[in-house]
Design a protein around this ligand. Structure first.
Ligand SMILES: [Zn+2]
Length: 295
């Protein structure tokens, strides 16, 4: 059992990490890939890995990357509307410096990718602001792909479109095909886009990461994507603290609802029904997938 995409450095996971890691190991969990999203959460992730990998264990792997919404957060959401592209380039340089120093401690590049969904939420942005944010996201993705190739690292890709559109997915697929030269591997984490792109993702050699969305009533389209994805390309993830599984969501006694790595068990139980395969077999194959991609 593995969790290929979680943010262990985010609260409430970080403050409860002892209990959370313990719960996961109790359930038979093996590996956790914790993802960095901004420059501030890289160090806490490295520290968590050090803590739980003590004594030669290899439970926690670390990915670092800049989440595509990072550039919006550090500019427009901070009331900076001038020179967005140039300011964001400086953040990319900072990232590259950290990467150079820490690359020996990194198992993957992530969370990275493109997010145009943010424009569905903020419809007041001018065309110019939108274009600058899109351009800087693409630049960052290309830089991350180059680092992945140079250092032989997999990627954890975030792809989220504006409602009813596919531009974001199409841009990512094109950039990976052009820049990755058929040599990149990684996970399309929490892919909720159009099912018609699933074959393109698989053709690129990528895996698809499934989380608790498949346990939700509203998760039908993602269960369809799961049906279409061969067992040899499936990874599991919680995206914790986000996306608690259905049993937590509907439990009125739990006030603070969040996802943690032990929730993978519930996600896999649903997945084994959807795929018509035993839990044990699913576990065996998907743990091998994790090992191939991230270890
Ligand atoms: Zn995430």
């Amino acid at each position: 059992m593995h969790d290929s995409h979680i943010h262990l450095a985010m609260e409430p996971l970080k403050s409860n990490s002892d209990e959370i890691v313990h719960n996961f190991l109790q359930e038979g969990g093996k590996y956790i890939l914790t993802q960095g999203t901004d420059i501030v959460d890289f160090n806490p992730n490295f520290e968590l890995a050090k803590k739980y990998n003590m004594g030669g264990k290899n439970i926690i792997q670390v990915a670092i990357g800049l989440h595509p919404t990072y550039f919006e957060e550090t500019t427009v959401l901070n009331n900076i509307t001038e020179h967005i592209f140039e300011k964001s380039q400086k953040e990319i340089e900072k990232f590259k410096e950290i990467f150079e120093k820490k690359h020996n401690e990194i198992s993957a590049i992530g969370e990275c990718g493109l997010d145009y969904h943010q424009f569905s939420l903020n419809k007041t942005y001018s065309k110019d602001i939108k274009e600058q944010l899109k351009e800087v996201q693409k630049l960052m993705l290309k830089e991350e792909i180059h680092l992945a190739l140079q250092n032989n690292l997999p990627m954890s890709i975030h792809s989220r479109d504006e409602v009813g559109q596919s531009e974001c997915t199409e841009d990512i697929l094109r950039i990976i095909a052009q820049e990755g030269k058929g040599q990149l591997i990684g996970s399309f984490h929490s892919y909720t886009g159009d099912i018609k792109y699933v074959n393109d993702i698989l053709d690129l050699g990528f895996y698809i990461g499934f989380n608790a969305i498949i346990t939700y009533k509203s998760g039908e389209s993602v269960r369809e994507i799961l049906k279409k994805t061969p067992l040899e390309r499936i990874l599991f993830e919680t995206d914790g603290p986000f996306l608690p599984p259905q049993s937590v969501r509907k439990n009125k006694k739990i006030r603070n609802k969040f996802a943690q790595p032990s929730d993978i068990k519930e996600i896999m139980q649903v997945a084994s029904e959807v795929k018509g395969v035993s839990f044990e077999k699913l576990k065996e194959i998907t743990d091998e997938n994790y090992q191939k991609v991230f270890l």
